[in-house]
Design a binder for this molecule. Structure first.
Ligand SMILES: Nc1ncnc2c1ncn2[C@@H]1O[C@H](COP(=O)(O)OP(=O)(O)OP(=O)(O)O)[C@@H](O)[C@H]1O
Ligand SMILES: [Mg+2]
Length: 335
């Protein structure tokens, strides 16, 4: 699982997605794999848990580990500003105000923020993320994750709608300009920059979808707690991902009571936990299950997170080998 390039961490609110995504990123970086941790959670808990100052572009956290926190609203504003800039260059000056007004309407329409976030996401997949050996996504709670991952379909439908409207608009514009006697004004839809941008975006969304469903490159990991409610919800979410063709690599069962504890209170807690662990085995046992012991203290800061990641993935023998050293001038070659 850790040998795939793109790793997604999903699950219900508060189960430990940010903690385990960060721990995993640090474990990979520890193996000298250049790793980028990306959070799409507007609550910015990644900087909190890593104790690092993060922003919308990758910043170094420790050697070989970078992290960034995307803010959906900010992405949407940036995206709109970018579109306006491109349009200002290509539309006749007297039309700019009207076109900008239409873009502002689009900014406020449902789906715009998601589209902008997804736009950035596809750029991470195709461009920004290319510089890294691994990209680890700490996604927001289940609902939003599913939404994000099913977006390529929705977005491509949304864009198809926009393209249709744009076609009508340019046709009407052409007619109007013909009547007004200004026929030659950048009207042909073939070199219409807005249409081109929309078509390009649709193609990019579809490519992103191709990447998401590719089990060679992508692994989706669910985090669950041995408690009553999350198990059922996780089962449903995992199935939903399967329906979208997204490869679920396994499930991290977080906050399992350590074996070496004893005492009446702990024994009772453990008996209760055993029931839920059995239920997890029964409901989710089709996927690999990996246990993460409950820690005495909240695992925060790069040291404790790396230690946690190494302990968990190490105990399952899943830590990938350090990459072949390219720059040592040695003569050995990779097997
Ligand atoms: N194995 C663990 N042992 C002890 N505490 C843990 C463990 N895993 C996570 N926690 C703690 O549980 C809390 C929730 O974890 P975290 O923020 O990673 O969850 P999340 O799924 O990202 O939450 P959200 O849905 O709000 O983004 C945090 O206080 C974290 O420190
Ligand atoms: Mg989180």
């Amino acid at each position: 699982m850790l040998s795939r390039r793109l790793l997604f961490f999903g699950g219900k609110g508060g189960v430990g997605k940010t903690t385990l995504a960060s721990a995993t990123a640090l474990t990979l970086a520890d193996q000298r794999l250049r790793t980028l941790l990306v959070s799409t959670d507007p609550a910015h808990s990644t900087s909190d848990i890593l104790r690092a100052d993060l922003g919308p572009e990758p910043r170094p956290v420790v050697a070989d580990c970078w992290a960034m926190e995307l803010d959906p609203e900010r992405e949407a504003d940036r995206y709109i500003a970018d579109v306006k800039g491109r349009i200002a260059e290509s539309v006749a000056p007297r039309l700019v105000a009207e076109v900008e007004r239409q873009i502002d309407i689009a900014r406020a329409s449902p789906g715009a923020t998601e589209a902008a976030l997804f736009e950035r996401f596809t750029r991470i997949l195709e461009e920004e993320g290319r510089e890294f050996d691994r990209v680890v996504f700490d996604t927001a709670p289940t609902g939003q994750t599913l939404q994000l991952l099913s977006l390529p379909e929705q977005m491509s439908a949304w864009i198809t709608g926009l393209i249709g409207r744009r076609r009508k608009m340019t046709a009407a514009g052409r007619m109007w300009r013909n009547v007004a006697g200004a026929a030659a004004e950048n009207a042909a839809s073939d070199d219409d920059p807005v249409l081109q941008a929309l078509e390009e975006r649709r193609a990019r969304f579809l490519r992103a979808r191709g990447v998401l469903v590719d089990a060679e490159q992508t692994a989706f990991v669910f985090v669950v707690l041995p408690e009553r409610l999350p198990i059922w919800e996780t089962g449903r979410a995992v199935e939903a991902l399967g329906k979208h063709g997204i490869p679920v690599a396994g499930i991290l069962v977080n906050q399992v009571l350590p074996d070496d504890l004893s005492g009446d209170f702990v024994d009772r807690r453990k008996a209760r936990e055993a029931k839920y662990l059995a239920k997890i085995q029964e409901d989710l046992g089709n996927w690999p299950l990996w246990r993460v012991p409950m820690q005495e203290e909240d695992p925060v800061g790069t040291d404790s997170l790396r230690e946690l990641g190494n302990a968990v993935w190490g105990s399952y023998g899943m830590i990938p080998k350090a990459p072949y050293e390219m720059n040592t001038g040695g003569t050995e070659s990779p097997a």
